[in-house]
Write a protein that binds this ligand. Sequence first.
Ligand code: SF4
Length: 214
Amino acid sequence: MSVKDESLDQPHAVAAELARLYPDASCALVHKNPYELLVATILSAQTTDERVNTVTPELFEKYPTPLAMAQADVEDIARIVRPLGFQNRRSKQLQKMAQGLVEKFDSQVPSGRADLESLPGVGRKTAHVIMGNAFGIPAITVDTHVGRLAKRLGWTTGGTPLAIEKDIAKALPDEDWTILSHRLIEHGRGVCHSQNPECANCALADLCPSAEVD
Ligand code: SF4
């Protein structure tokens, strides 16, 4: 049973409860360095982190650096990422991103959002994953789970990931942003499902305006 601090406002109380529930939440994409995290994050579009983790060991072994990926036979990249689907598009995207790293950033993954977003295939969500998890720069990652939970918890009515991100940023301090994203994702995967959220078993139910508990 949780003991909630009643001096906290609702977002802080939710964040505290999520911290109790998921103290060790972290990025589920297996990686050893910023380059590997960038590759894995790009691959995670339209698939699951678990599936990405099944193909990246071979990919990173064969192409361990941006230069190796930039110079690879794109058909071999496609062969490796084929289990994820869309392998032709994914392989070209990875190679263009790697070429961008080599040409613009001397094969080093940049830490700034604008630099990251200048790379082919890298949008704000991917940039924030890299900033938060590879460089320790606070960043909110609004994926489908984070967006859904932020709405159900009453933190936002935003219709875009950017609007949702800004509302979360207003509600909670920046030192919480990166790990809060992981904790919301874990709660979304395990309890607050898109269909049939398990409100009756949810530790956030008495804090949540969307709780449906008899
Ligand atoms: S109470 Fe229900 S809607 Fe609210 S966070 Fe929990 S599972 Fe989701």
